[in-house]
Design a protein around this ligand. Structure first.
Ligand code: ZN
Ligand code: ZN
Ligand code: FE
Length: 762
């Protein structure tokens, strides 16, 4: 009976459109000698298979093993159906209304097949910088609307030549229904321009650009999700010029290397890190620097790491062919503005930065920065989740209503939910100026359109002055849920781990408005997705000058010294006072004493800042968290010891964690001449022991044996690894971030899941 014909219907959900999935099904069916048909549906594809039962089963077994590289199968449901007598296997045309809820692929790196063709002098796409196929190339950044078909992408302006069209129409071809399919005869082209927009006449714009970069010039290069600024990473003068022109004085600049050998020449690469570097997402991976490298010191000053990526577009490969050790490839923007994507906009905004412009005529509809990840404490840790990862959703434990979560202010993202999927947007940036606000609104509109989500519930931060909060409150006809910042951090960690809580949540960051109107950031919350209790927090100290204290960590040092010693601290022999005018100190002390513009904060990020300033690392910073980061960087692995740490129970109120004994310990070490590197290690050790103890105490009072770690402070590898290890040794079930950033980039996910629970409970 095994040769009797039977029939099955398969519903496959996931990222299965625009990734060569139907041709794959077609070919797999032919290989197994099965008849039937395949079509796109609202959530994926549906297919009917007819043939002998064992062959159908073999087909189902082969599906996940042989799927196209970009396909992401979420689930497969099969059921027997009556045999209808198909005589062949066919791809049925998609009905546009049926495809609106499907998943869209992110933009991914050029595949090996396309690269081989690009390198083959006999191929018609030899040297063509826009080569792509169903397995690779742009997706999210060129889609304007759904369904994902060429007329809805920025390829609509390019009419395929007959050879490209033939590939596009042929189910046996790698370019069957590859929407961005193109060739030199019919597709986009690159042009080299001067800053005034005039075309530089050359037969080889990419080679000419490379030669100019070689000579020390700065090029603006249009890529996949926006423009990069490129300079030769070994040229100290060029790097310094780029920093000066871009007003980016301190932040590390990303590097692009042609291959793994070149990366290994400049950085330590573990097998796990190599896996990340070569992954189809091609993120920037943070790698520990090697001692002596040809890379200019100005690329990543006062930092133990380089951010490095491999080329991901054909154009990058061609550019790197000129033999660079590495190119600096940094987002083309002025500091704090969104990355430039449009040609005219690039000329307008980058004319004073770039010497040369390598542009092309394929539009970018949605900007998407390079993603940044690192491998910490056994897992990939996203720092900035953008190109290559977005719009792959975070899959949730339970179905939720359609919600828009607007995020907070820094490292902003938004999140839209549908069913069991949470779509966290690409990195939008710091919502502090008009252009980022525009990009924020554009991203929401675009995501709503391509995901076809019409949210009835909108979530935002408690802070009334964030642009994201104001936007949320301006929307009509929706119910609004305000979510406390640190609750959202812990909820994000719960959501991506498919947990509901309750959990002991350690939410450590720089700033977030608390329910008592003080600024929180060293919080221990007993939380679930519905709510939280503030179980413990760092004792609050004044933040003299509010936002100014973030830019000038020495102010936080003064505040902590005053809280610790009351008086006499200005006579202490500590490096803090070097380079600070004593009159300035008097002003700050006066502000604190009189409570002038000095909101209280329990922030651990600010305590890091204070210690960094105390040991003389830096009195002022160029970006938020810089001092804290440098304090981590100098830590001496061989140092031992820690400071006194205490907490006080406080009736029914939250436990108050004393910071004074820690600050006193740091000062005593400084006065005794202990080097800052050892003090850094001792400071980290103190926090690890303190919070491990506190969690064990809370376990004894609440019975909760699960701990979630979230907030930007957990980008600190020493703290994440040290505290994580201690908690696991103490028998806790540990939840950490692996899909969304621990920093505020993950906050919108937490807001969405809290809003889902609170609106369901009403
Ligand atoms: Zn390809
Ligand atoms: Zn063509
Ligand atoms: Fe935060």
């Amino acid at each position: 009976m095994t040769n009797a014909t039977s029939a099955k219907r398969l519903e496959i959900n996931g990222i299965v459109q625009g990734v060569g999935f139907r041709p794959f099904i077609y070919q797999l069916a032919k290989q197994h000698g099965l008849n039937g048909e395949v079509a796109n549906t609202a959530t994926g594809v549906t297919l009917v298979l007819e043939g002998p039962e064992p062959r159908i089963q073999q087909f189902i077994d082969d599906l996940p093993r042989r799927k196209p590289p970009l396909a992401h199968i979420v689930d497969v449901v099969d059921q027997p159906v009556p045999v209808s007598g198909f005589t062949s296997f066919a791809i049925v045309k998609s009905r546009s209304s049926a495809t609106r809820a499907t998943l869209i692929s992110p933009d991914v790196m050029v595949c090996a097949d396309c690269l081989a063709e690009m390198r083959d002098p006999s191929d018609r796409r030899f040297g063509y910088p826009f080569i792509n196929c169903t397995n690779c190339g742009p997706r999210y950044t060129i889609i304007d609307d759904i369904p994902y078909d060429r007329p809805k992408t920025s390829m609509r302006h390019f009419i395929m030549c007959h050879r490209c069209q033939a590939e596009y129409d042929d189910p046996d071809n790698r370019r069957f229904h590859a929407q961005p399919n193109a060739c030199p005869d019919c597709g986009p082209h690159v042009t080299l321009c001067r800053p005034d927009g005039a075309v530089v006449v050359t037969a080889d714009p990419i080679g000419e650009t490379a030669a100019r970069i070689m000579s020390g010039r700065i090029a603006a290069v249009k890529g996949l999700g926006g423009f990069h600024l490129a300079v030769d990473a070994t040229n100290e003068t060029a790097v310094a010029r780029l920093r000066r022109r871009k007003h980016r004085e301190e932040k590390p600049l990303a590097l692009m290397c042609a291959d793994m050998d070149r990366i290994r020449a400049i950085a330590q690469v573990s097998p796990a890190e190599e896996e990340l570097l070569v992954s189809i997402q091609r993120p920037i991976v943070l790698l520990e620097k090697k001692e002596a490298t040809p890379i200019a010191a100005g690329v990543s000053p006062r930092n133990r790491f380089f951010g490095v990526m491999l080329p991901y577009t054909p154009l990058h490969h061609l550019l790197l062919d000129s033999g660079f050790d590495a190119l600096v490839m940094t987002s083309a923007n002025l500091s704090e503005e969104p990355i430039a994507i449009d040609n005219q906009e690039a000329f307008y905004r980058l004319a004073d930065i770039a010497d040369d412009f390598l542009i092309h005529d394929r539009d970018i509809y949605l900007r998407s920065d390079d993603s940044i990840v690192r491998h910490d404490y056994g897992h990939v840790r996203p720092i900035r989740r953008s190109r290559g990862y977005v719009p792959v959703p975070v899959f949730l434990k339970n179905e939720v209503p359609s919600i828009l979560a607007c995020g907070a202010e820094l490292k902003s993202t938004v999140c839209l939910t549908r069913g069991r999927q949470a779509f966290v947007s690409q990195h939008i940036g710091d919502l502090e100026n008009r252009s980022t606000d525009d990009f924020f609104r554009l991203t929401i509109d675009h995501l709503r359109r391509i995901l076809d989500i019409n949210p009835r519930v909108v979530a935002c931060d408690l802070h009334p002055d964030y642009l994201s909060t104001r936007y949320a409150k301006s929307l009509d006809g929706v119910s609004l849920v305000e979510v406390q910042h640190h609750h959202a951090h812990i909820a994000a960690c719960l959501a991506e781990n498919k947990m509901d809580g309750p959990v002991i949540g350690l939410a450590f960051d720089g700033t977030g408005l608390g329910t008592d109107n003080t600024i929180w950031g060293g919080e221990v919350l007993v939380a679930d997705l519905n709510g939280f209790v503030r179980a413990a927090h760092l004792e609050s100290v004044p933040m003299p000058g509010a936002a100014a204290a973030i830019k000038e960590p020495w102010r936080m040092a003064v505040s902590h010294l005053r809280a610790t010693f009351d008086e006499g601290y200005q006579q202490l022999d500590v490096p803090l006072w070097r380079g600070i005018d004593s009159r300035q100190v008097d002003v700050i002390v006066h502000m604190i004493a009189r409570g002038l513009n000095s909101p209280l904060t329990s922030s651990l990020g600010r305590l890091f800042d204070a210690v960094a300033a105390l040991v003389g690392l830096r009195a002022r910073v160029a970006f938020e968290g810089q001092a804290a980061m440098e304090l981590e960087m100098i830590a001496d692995d061989d140092a031992t010891g820690r400071y006194d740490a205490r907490w006080e129970e406080n009736g029914d109120g939250p436990i108050r964690i004393r910071t004074a004994p820690i600050v006193r310990g740091v000062v005593e070490d400084l006065v005794a001449g202990r080097p800052p590197a050892q003090i850094s290690t001792r400071f980290h050790n103190t926090l690890i022991v303190l919070f491990d103890d506190l969690c064990r105490h809370l376990r004894s009072t609440t019975g909760i044996d699960r701990v979630a770690l979230s907030g930007g402070v957990f980008q600190n590898r020493r703290l994440l690894t040290g505290l994580g290890t201690a908690l696991v040794q103490s028998g806790f079930d540990l939840l950490t971030h692996r899909q969304v950033p621990a920093n505020d980039g993950g906050l919108s996910l937490g807001q969405a899941i809290v809003a889902a629970h609170q609106s369901a409970g009403q």
